[in-house]
Write a protein that binds this ligand. Sequence first.
Ligand code: GLC
Ligand code: MG
Length: 507
Amino acid sequence: MPRIGSQYLLQPIINNCLGPKLARPSSFPLPLSPSGSGSYPPGGERLILLLRTHPSSPIRPIASAASLPPPPTPNEVHIKVTMDRLADAAHLMIVSDLDHTMVDHHDPENMSLLRFNALWEANYRDNSLLVFSTGRSPTLYKELRKEKPMLTPDITIMSVGTEITYGNAMVPDDGWVEFLNQKWDRKIVTEETSKFPELTLQSHTEQRPHKVSFYVQKDKAQDVIKALAARLEERGLDVKIIYSGGMDLDILPQGAGKGQALAYLLKKFKAEGKSPNNTLVCGDSGNDAELFSIPEVYGVMVSNAQEELLQWHAANAKDNSKIIHATERCAAGIIQAIGHFNLGPSVSPRDVTDLSDSKLEDFDPAYEVVKFNLFFERWRRAEVEKSELYLANMKAVCCPSGVLVHPSGIEKLLGDCVNAFRTCYGDQQGKSYRVWVDQVLPTQVGSDSWLVKYKKWELSGEKQKGCLTTVLLSSKGVSVPEGLTWVHVHQTWLDGAGPTDDSSWFF
Ligand code: GLC
Ligand code: MG
């Protein structure tokens, strides 16, 4: 059992008959610490536990039931976990629209998105917050996530700022729903809009509790908006009508919208004493305009922004030096803004050709993971030379007795895995093969060791495979330029993302 400071890495092989019981976290019998790490393989054969001794935390007496405050609801607990992921204020909070902003629908290779992903995971994930703010309903948002190599945001704002959810489980903010119910009557909106033949109802997935959406031709939009606003006011409703993309018309409660949802979040963080040090909003169309009117935030309108947003900017914010119109499209425009406003590192590891040459000042476990996976992509695409030196360097950073627990459950020596790389050099050359990592979260578990958890995805043609990966990295006895030592790697197929044939998964 390897000891890491005051902690132990335990990897028992669980007897098969216990496997199914251990497969589900909910049936796990041990209380895990909130930040504790446990891996639950679907087959239940292997389990890694990182145990920590707590010399300084004596067992406290339990307070009497009468003095306890009412227990928080499960949703409140989830929200708090997301809000408290960072111990301090976020270094940077990015609030980005998706279609034609984070995601470029005219870039089949998704290069700018992948460049942003690598930058975010290597430099920001651990101390910053990623918020996606989209006009899409949860249904269409989930569809987009399947189509494009997108990261997982900390907070998701959907349906034009009418639905806010937190974390991977996308737990809804009930407080926001309650707030939006004021002065809103969906029935009156549908009644009045039915009197306008210029309006064509969007698909049923896009009709949400606080959002009614139509298509309307560009040349008719302004007149319809005016007449409709007057009608709804007469009926006692206080609504917001937003025109986007030269075709979409959304009707929302006055208190809703992308900007209002952001203001609500900022207020929440402020109440916790954790206002982000910097906030950058990113958008391309009409429904993004109000993001740019939130005080204090930096803003980027991507180069491909729609006329309606540029017009709004010219009329309302042209003297605000905290807002730029990027010269780069979509996610490349976001990277450009990070650099322009000096918000932190703005060179994506994908733009660094010689990954071994980067001048790190300190050990950086997240960068290490991003760099390794990027190298693997380049190796298989034959974008780096087929040199024994690379393999030797890679072997040098593997602990000689280090093991990879392959997602199939088979254990391999790390050195043998590196040897196997020889067989896959260039096997994806000329194909649309890409590798990216998501939610790279390192935890320092000793003075010279880190446990890094992340999702590793591979896309080859139409096929996408993903593994939840846990890596133990050590800086013991090595200098910064030599790089961290890989001590242990454990991978588990992500839900439904495993292949039918797992021999093609190398690392
Ligand atoms: C997204 C939504 C749509 C909305 C549009 C503009 O495309 O799916 O319902 O009208 O954004 O906000
Ligand atoms: Mg957009």
